[in-house]
Design a binder for this molecule. Sequence first.
Ligand code: R1P
Length: 359
Amino acid sequence: MDRLFHNLIVTGSGDPDALNTNCGDGKEKSILDQAAGGATRPRSSDSGSSYFKDMSGGSSSGYMSLEKTVPGKETMYTYDVIKQSANYLLERTEHRPTIGVICGSGLGGMADLLTDRDVFPYGDIPNFPVSTVTGHAGRMVIGKLSNIPVMCMQGRFHAYEGYPLWKCAMPVRVMKLMGVEKLLITNAAGGLNSSFNVGDIMIIKDHINFQGFAGDSPLRGYNDERFGPRFPAMNNAYDKDLRKRAKAVATEMKLENVIREGTYVMLGGPTYETVAELKMLQIIGVDAVGMSTVQEVIVARHCNMKVFAFSLITNKCITDYETDDMANHEEVIGVANNRKSDLQELARRIVIAMNTDEE
Ligand SMILES: O=P(O)(O)O[C@H]1O[C@H](CO)[C@@H](O)[C@H]1O
């Protein structure tokens, strides 16, 4: 009971799943269940899935011993658990994508461009979190974009939904184990650079990992070298060559007047920023503000994927006390919707550029 109490304290992170230990076999068991010697408890969103029916016949002897775990490992998905999610998808699609896409708020329409699609609601994929935010459909769509196999996350996970950063970014590892080597990430963001306009597209050149300053990271805890090194470098996280090519693509599309390049910061949200916070971010060189992306980039770079990312500037950050306007998610989604056709065409052409080897 002492150990149970210890675990209840140390896992109290606000993560809805923090009291669940993954048992290395894709099944999660609540610490309370374990203490009570309870039976396997499939996730509610997975109940009824044939995958879990297949998996649920065994005894409970496969559960990890809480005494033998490495710090951080008991609440993180192991390599084998990530592999199960990857295998689930690989067994159900014939596509073998090497390019992954993560769609930001209101930007999921890109997945609709895919042909020959296999669609997997997140709730059906073993070990996957579920999307809870408007503008994030919550499906993995695997298909072809201009005949190139692509897997596209129509909706992402954010820390403010209650997930730890490693869980927000776990689909990136699933993609890696499926063979993805290059990642295109999009997001909606507030424009802090005063020369930016609503509707501009900012190619991300660099980020400021604010959560990292406070000691949080998607890589915090046990490091499995099969994914990557304990101390990954983060300069050149946003691939130089892909940024150059994306600018050329934007020029071809006559988008040069709306294309920007700059530094993105991820804050925890879900509140938009105060004026004082925005003034501080301006001083440290931030051009666009959001609540996502950085954890995905860190995990992707850790496992040596090439990353390209852009922000759609959906609103101007409010840096004066006189304005009565207020940031709101409806505006974010509305602007994303209005810019849909340019963004989808830009993303399509960038995927084609990503698929050709650089000179
Ligand atoms: O970053 P994405 O997911 O595009 O969404 C952005 O829009 C939402 C706020 O309106 C936040 O989730 C913010 O991160």
